[in-house]
Every structure is written in C-alpha cells, then in structure tokens.
Design a protein around this ligand. Structure first.
Ligand code: PLP
Length: 466
C-alpha cells in the first residue's frame, strides 16, 4: 500500500517557513524599521513556534509553503498591532465623559502642550535665568497657585493621593484625625480615605453617622491626641435627603478654638470663576482658604484642567514643614509637569480658562452648539451602509467631579446595515487613532462634546471606514 503522505506529520512541518523566510518576507521587511532586527527575530521565532503547534492535526493537502508563509506573516502583523494597542496612544474621546479617568483625565490646553514640549529639551527647571545661578524648582507655579487661591504657600506633588499622604504623614502620624463617617469614602482607583490614613500612621477617629454629623460630634471627639480635623470632599458620591454636615467655616473655627489643624481634601477643586458653567457643589479652593482651612489639597488633572499633579495650598508654616519632609522629595513632580502646570495656571490667571482650558470649554458647551456641529458632521460623512441620526442625550463631567451634573447633549447614533453595535464599537477602537465610543440602546453613539474640531476629520474618516 502507498504511504498516506498527506497525513504524515513530517510533510506538514517541512512546509513550515524558517525564521529567516519570515524576516525576508514582505511583511517581515515592512516591520524591520519599527521593531529592529533583533526583536523581529525574537518575535518571528515565537510566531513560527506558534504556527508549528497549530499545524499538528492539519492536513498537508490544504497547505503549501506559500500559504504557511502568508499565515506566519499575518500572525506577525497581528502580534505587532496588538503590542501597539497596549501602549499609551493618543485616542479620540467620543464618549462625552469630559474628565475620563481611563483616557487620561484632562486633555491639556494648547499652551500647556507647547510648554510641555519645550521643557522636554534642556530647560530652566532649577536654574535662575536672571542670575545664572541655581534656581528653585517650582517657584513660579507656587506663586501662581497662591495668587489664584489667596493661600500663603503652595506645593506640587505627583497626584492628590500623594498630597493627602504627605499632609497626613507630616502632621498626623501617631496622632488622631477626626473625620465624619459620611466622608470615609473610596474615590476610585484604590484611593480609600481610611487606608490612606492608616498608611500615614494616623489614628482614625470617626464621628457622626453616614448621613448626619453635627459640629458637637467633632467637638466631643477632639482630645489632646488630636492632630487635625479632616474634611474630605466625597467627589463621585453623594448622600442626599436627610443629611447634615457643619460648614467648613464652622469646622475651622472649632479647630482653631481647640488648637488643632483643619485640612480639606477638595479632590477636584475649582480655582477660577466657573459661574458660566454649572458644576453643582464643587468646592472653590479660594473659598476653602477664606473659610480658614489650614491646608487644602486637590488634583491638577480634574477641574483645573492640567497635567496629573497633586496640589497643596495653605498656611506658609504648613507648606514649609511639608517642603522639608524627605517624603516630599520622593513625591515631587518632573520638569514636564511644572511646564504644563504653569501654562494651565496662566490661563486661569488671565481669566480665559473657560475658553482656553479644554475641560472647562467642553463643560460649558451649550447643547445647541453640539447639535449644529453634529448635523454638519453627519452631512459630510456619507457612507451607504450606515445610518447616522441625531438623538438627545447626556454628557458627563467624570473623574469623580460633579457626579450629579449631566450636561444635555446631542449624540450621533450610528447603525450599520450588517454590523452589530459591538462590532462597530470594536472597529472604531481599532482605528488609527483609536476612537472610543459608547453603546446606547444597541446603537453606537458619538458625543462631539469631547471631540475637538481639529479631530473631526479623523473621526469622519474612521466612521466612513465602518
Ligand atoms: C480624585 C480625588 C483624590 C485622588 O486624586 P488623584 O489625583 O487621582 O490622586 C483624592 N481625594 C479626593 C477628594 C478626590 O476627589
């Protein structure tokens, strides 16, 4: 009997391309500049091994040397594009969630981007251009923060969690911190107030109840072990209905009467006049300082609209002590952050933040503005297989800021003749640049509130390709 060559495993494996074949193939050559020869060799070897495994049980009659080389090429390409999809890439945020934590919170203003790029070269981060001598890191930002908030001093660290940790470690380690039960919250991303307190060595002294805490509750809890009263803005969480909490003024008066500190973790914090934008009850940092807070912390990349940073403002004695703490050296920010933050704060000081700071501009956009942009967008995005229609919807502030504020918007709903909503959503995500959309009632929806005018062409191209 003739041997069944078609099922003999050796013959299948003999068709397998070598690593060299794959590198020399068109796809291999096209990846050489991005990957470099050494990595291309490593990845090609992995791909060939994978293909060898996959060949077990396949019949050689269906295969040829050429078809296997093509398969190896596709696998190589797939691996490369998957690697590309796991890094940090610019994306188009079409979700309508303005401070989208997963998408990097606040997009920087144009001046902040320019400043960031400038500082990526040599820069005067610790050099005084007036004297040609060593300068002090962060002075300009600190001055601007004081000007904006009326605080005596300011300091910048890596994020608001670091700011809270530094303040608590420096002032409350081994002592008690009095806090309302209604404020023992988790902000998200593993920031839990009780855990931060514990890690900083402070003893938690809970007062009141989840929904109601009176001034007397605080007063009764203060002893000679108390270092401070802590007030935490609940950020992404609200207790509504039968509630009570003393005002910051009252708490500050009490603290000072008793000789302890009052610290407010404001989280988002508005620094300039946001009257034109309705953001609910977000604390205004200047008002917290005015109310008598000794120290206030907030994030740089929430409503401030700048880079990731934790900002600490307060009494000069407090700030001086924090500056001298070795922990500060470990939590300080880079020249890039100072540069971007400076430019962001300049916008707030100039008084044009509601126009020049992207998160504030997006939050203040009227629904009619979005409607007219959306209808113009639909007209210039023809695609026979798609149905685009405008529907009413809601955007969100996001990032744990103003959780009860959902600005009215107009959404572009997309339906395809033969693709499902989740297929469309995935395809938009795979676009270059990736487009992040939402699915609502089985339709993909796009909210132009969070898409800048300059991104519209790319967005239209992504939609046309669906
Ligand atoms: C967001 C937030 C934090 C954490 O800020 P990061 O900048 O993300 O570290 C801490 N406290 C409050 C009240 C917040 O809202």
């Amino acid at each position: 009997m003739k041997p069944e060559s078609a099922t003999r495993p050796e013959s299948v494996f003999a068709m397998l391309p070598s690593v060299d074949d794959l590198i020399r193939s068109e796809i291999g050559q096209s990846l050489i500049t991005s990957l470099g020869r050494r990595r291309l060799t490593v990845v090609s070897r992995v791909v060939i091994d994978e293909l060898r495994e996959d060949l077990k049980g396949r019949k050689s009659a269906e295969l040829s040397k050429e078809s296997l080389l093509d398969e190896a090429g596709s696998l190589l390409m797939k691996r490369w594009s998957e690697t590309q999809m796991t890094g940090v890439r610019r994306v188009i945020n079409a979700t309508g969630v303005i401070i989208h934590t997963n998408l990097g919170r606040a997009p920087l203003s144009e001046p902040a981007r320019v400043a960031l790029l400038g500082a990526s070269s040599y820069c005067s981060v610790e050099y005084d251009l007036r004297t040609g001598e060593r300068g002090i890191r962060g002075v300009r930002v600190e001055e601007m923060l004081c000007e904006l908030t009326d605080a005596e001093g300011a300091l910048v660290v890596n994020n608001c969690a670091a700011a809270a940790y530094l303040v608590l470690t420096a002032f409350a380690s081994g002592r008690e911190v009095v806090i309302s039960r209604g404020e023992l919250v988790e902000i998200g991303g593993e920031f839990r107030v009780p855990d931060v307190l514990a890690r900083s060595g402070a003893d938690l002294k809970e007062v009141g109840t989840t929904n109601r805490t009176k001034l007397a509750d605080y007063e009764n809890a203060i002893s000679d072990k108390t270092s401070m009263i802590l007030r935490v803005h609940p950020s992404n969480y609200r207790i509504v209905g039968f509630t009570k909490a003393p005002s910051l003024d009252e708490l500050a008066d009490l603290a000072h009467r008793k000789g302890v500190m009052i610290y407010e973790d404001a989280g988002s914090g508005a620094v300039s006049d946001l009257n034109s934008i309705s953001l609910g009850d977000e604390p205004v940092i200047k008002e917290s300082i005015e109310a008598g807070a000794d120290v206030v912390t907030f994030s740089g990349d929430k409503l401030l609209g700048g880079p990731q940073a934790g900002i600490i403002v307060g009494r000069s004695s407090v700030i001086e002590k924090l500056k001298k703490d070795p922990l500060y050296r470990a939590l300080r920010v880079s020249k890039l952050i100072y540069a971007a933050l400076e430019a962001t704060l300049e916008s707030h000081l100039r008084g044009d933040a509601s126009k020049s700071i992207p998160v504030l501009r997006m939050a203040g956009m009227e629904a009619e503005q979005i409607t007219s942009r959306s209808s113009a967008f639909i007209k210039k995005t023809p695609n026979q297989r798609l149905r685009l229609e405008l529907i009413e919807g809601k955007s969100a502030i996001g990032g744990g800021s103003a959780p009860l504020v959902y600005p009215a918007t107009t959404l572009i709903a997309i339906e395809h003749n033969d693709r499902s909503a989740s297929e469309l959503e995935a395809k938009l995500r795979e676009n270059d640049p990736p487009v992040i959309s939402r699915i609502l009632d089985d339709k993909v929806v796009i909210d132009l509130r969070t898409v800048s005018e300059s991104e519209e062409t790319e967005l239209a191209a992504a939609i046309e390709q669906l």
